[in-house]
Design a protein around this ligand. Sequence first.
Ligand code: SF4
Ligand code: SF4
Length: 336
Amino acid sequence: MGIPVQQQLILGKYLLKKKVKRERKFPLLVEIEPLFACNLACSGCGKIQYPKEILKKRLSVQEVLGAMEECGAPMCSIAGGEPLIHPEMDVMVRELLARGKIVFLCTNALLLEKKMHLFEPHPRFSWTIHIDGLRERHDETVCREGTFDKAVAALREAKRRGFRVTTNSTFFKSDSPEDVRSVLNFLNDELEVDGMMISPGFAYEKAPKPEEFLSVPEARALFRAAFADGHRERWRLNQSPLFLDYLEGKANLECTPWAIPSYSIFGWQKPCYLMGDGYVETYEELLETTEWERYGRGRDPRCANCMAHCGHEPTAVMATMGSLREAARAAVNSNA
Ligand code: SF4
Ligand code: SF4
């Protein structure tokens, strides 16, 4: 992943240990969903459809620390729902950082300016702000006017206070290569974010409008056209070069969903956060009881159009670490 040098060293050390021990399945990053409640109601969201009693539930700080300790992953990405609704989010982040973890806090940024004072800049902590397009397009996706301006104002303030700020943008069938370029140019050049993550919207099981999501050939054509003319090299994309090759159809990657597992109020999700084939209480149980060979493109029809980061970026990271040429490309692309 295009991450700062300190974070790359932590990750490199962790991967080396796994290699020495000849472990083949292990977690790199845990997607933590400490709640499903949100202060927005985006049309493409499957989380907020849960019944009220589920939306009221929260993972405790201790549950999250216990899960991270049990699985041993060096990184976590806290999402949801909207994590800043969680009353102890600042404590959770502090405790994770105190245990040496790399923490990404994913937010729609509506509460960011109000809650920012509870957090401190840290080399292993990043805000990851959800921006799906420029003003009109973003507000339309999240179904609320004014959200883009609020997110941009919070993003600028976070940068001003010295936080590392990354963004996450999802693209759909209605997006053109120019739409992708205009939002990435804005984030890269005008807001000067530290890193940008992009994904093709994928029609996961609970997604309400599957017709709006991109097929693999459509996603590849979109990213290939958007990346052309040196744009890909110019942008501070927070993803490994090999994963970006995969997005634009220059490489193929198998799915390795055990490496970015999902832990939520239901437990560890089988096989990944996009599909719910059951939940278990521990990561060890997840590894042992999931029939991993059943999943991935060509094996499970539900995976047919999936190019998701959670399944394919770890494959790219592990291939990068195992190849001198790819490691050199990633180092050139890293943002220290
Ligand atoms: S901000 Fe995220 S969690 Fe909230 S409704 Fe939108 S997609 Fe769902
Ligand atoms: S391809 Fe992998 S990440 Fe995508 S839905 Fe299937 S198991 Fe999950």
